[in-house]
Design a protein around this ligand. Structure first.
Ligand code: MG
Length: 204
């Protein structure tokens, strides 16, 4: 499986990074080794001093598809969950300044923490109605509404599938709202989709 991540899909987040809202979806990949294995502890990586959380709605792809028409896009999604697109912001800034790819900042081992629980799309209600949040040590740091996405999920699926075949089991991270920031050892991260806790782990 692969992980496809959308960048700058919420205007308020693009703004906090001093970036323009993109005219077309922007995406990048994380390898399957980026998924934190179930029941494994998360350890703060030693190559960064500025590890940022990015809470995102994650779509699980249920069948293979290429050149997917937006009007059929949701038939390719089986489940919805939450994930954290961990970002070594210091390494990313360095790469961006040099115009280099930013894989070392985004694709490293355990850089995709995905909740153990996914909800069947049939029971989540319409995606634009979904809201989600990340709490750190009990304080809400990010709060998102899917209706604020710059590009709706149908557009994302259609756009990505023009370039890359989607396969059953792939994960699509749909972008993070404003409020990204650093985590530190000892923090407890809890992610909620419509008040259902889907993510709960500590930084070791
Ligand atoms: Mg992200």
């Amino acid at each position: 499986m692969k992980i496809i991540c959308i960048g700058k899909n919420y205007a308020d987040h693009a703004k906090e990074l001093n970036s323009a809202v993109p005219e077309e979806p922007v995406f990048f990949l994380k390898p399957d080794t980026a998924v934190l294995p179930k029941q494994s502890a998360f350890f703060y990586p030693d190559f960064t001093n500025n590890l940022h959380h990015e809470i995102e709605i994650v779509l699980k792809i249920g069948k293979n598809g290429k050149h997917i028409d937006p009007k059929f896009a949701l038939t390719y999604v089986t489940e919805i969950g939450l994930g954290i697109d961990f970002t070594a912001r210091d390494l990313q800034e360095k790469a961006k300044q040099k115009g280099l790819p930013w894989e070392i900042a985004k694709a490293f081992d355990n850089a995709a923490v995905v909740g153990n629980t996914f909800i069947p799309i049939a029971s989540t209600g319409a995606i634009p109605e979904l809201n989600f949040r990340l709490d750190i040590n009990g304080n809400t740091v990010q709060n998102g509404k899917a209706s604020d996405m710059v590009f709706p999920v149908e557009t994302l699926i259609s756009y990505v599938s023009k370039f890359i075949t989607l396969k059953k089991g792939d994960l699509l991270f749909t972008g993070t709202p404003a409020g990204v920031g650093p985590v530190k050892i000892g923090d407890r991260l809890q992610g909620y989709l419509m008040d259902k806790k889907l993510i709960d782990f500590k930084i070791n």
